[in-house]
Design a protein around this ligand. Structure first.
Ligand code: SF4
Length: 327
């Protein structure tokens, strides 16, 4: 079985009397040629890495650029005062999303789910719920399989990287994965799961990828918050019986189509959106300020050069490569 469509997974699980997560687990066993135990062990490692990343966060680190750091801690502290407009739980969700996004920017170990830039969405909705409702670990692993299956379908039918499809493909996909996992954890059925995935993705359709200075910091860290909060809203709507009028696979296809039509300036090139604002440009200038054109002088004749004329005594100027966005 390939995880090509949500509809297929749901139909197969109904036909064979299996849970959604079991179909995803069995597909993993088949594709990677591993036993059930090996597959589950790998998923447990991933879940534990997510928990650990959350537990070791202190808010003391700052990213090299200085743009990011400490926001998660500020939010946790604020949530603890009981003053959060959305209540303490939502405050924790926001704090967790910020903390994980920050951890990525500050070079801490995180779980890319589905990408490093969107690493805060899944833990932001899963971890506070895990602690609040004392959910058994096995159930959390099953939810992780649900999310993985959703992510695999999105990757197959559309895309999951900002460079390919904009931020809708990263934060949007993470949000859809999280929404499906939440519906599962709250006892919703497979149809509700599909509606939640569809609604989460629809709500973020068209979101540009515009990282300031090409760094996965601004607006990335805070976009994890909107992915998490959107996932909760989509899951709650689905559990309340609200349906997506557009079927989930069609929504995923639409996301892929929108992504292909997004101009290149809005696909992780840092040439448009927030990256192209006066402040975004000023930040980039400040960060790049110390870097000058490098002059490469090649004198060592042991190096075999394809273009010997380039190795003149005077040397050749090498342009700084275009900044590669980190994802
Ligand atoms: S703006 Fe781009 S780099 Fe940042 S999280 Fe979104 S997709 Fe990733």
């Amino acid at each position: 079985m390939n995880l090509n469509s949500m509809e297929e997974i749901v139909s197969l699980s109904r036909r064979e009397g299996k849970k959604f997560w079991e179909v995803v687990l069995e597909t993993d066993m088949e594709n990677r040629e591993v036993s059930r135990y090996e597959s589950m062990e790998k998923m447990a490692q991933t879940w534990h890495a997510m928990l650990e990343a959350s537990q070791v966060y202190t808010g003391e680190r700052r990213s090299t650029s200085g743009l990011v750091g400490g926001q998660g801690k500020l939010m946790y502290d604020y949530a603890a005062t009981g003053e959060c407009i959305g209540g303490e739980f939502l405050g924790q969700v926001i704090g967790e999303a910020l903390a994980m996004g920050e951890s990525n920017a500050c070079m801490r170990r995180i779980v890319a789910a589905p990408t490093a830039g969107a690493c805060g969405v899944m833990p932001a909705v899963l971890i506070p719920l895990y602690w609040r409702e004392n959910i058994p670990e096995e159930k959390m692993l099953e939810a992780m399989y649900v999310a993985s299956g959703i992510g695999a379908v999105i990757a197959y039918r559309a895309c999951i990287s900002g460079a390919a499809g904009g931020c809708q493909a990263e934060i949007g996909s993470a949000s859809a994965m999280a929404a499906g996992a939440l519906v599962f954890l709250k006892g919703g059925n497979k149809d509700q799961m599909c509606h939640a995935v569809a609604m989460a993705l629809k709500n973020l359709l068209g979101l540009a990828c515009d990282p300031v200075a090409g760094l996965v910091e601004v607006p990335c860290v805070k976009r994890n918050v909107i992915g998490a909060v959107n996932a909760i809203a989509a899951a709650d709507m689905a559990l309340a019986g609200i349906e997506s009028r557009i079927p989930v696979d069609e929504v995923i296809d639409a996301m892929g189509e929108v992504g292909r039509r997004l101009p290149v300036e809005l696909r992780e090139t840092a040439l448009g959106g927030l990256a192209a604002t006066p402040t975004g440009k000023a930040v980039k200038k400040r960060l790049m300020g110390g870097k000058k054109k490098r002059t490469l002088t090649i004198k060592d004749t042991r190096w075999k050069l394809e273009k010997p004329e380039a190795s003149t005594e005077g040397g050749s100027a090498v342009e700084e490569p275009a900044e590669a966005p980190v994802t």
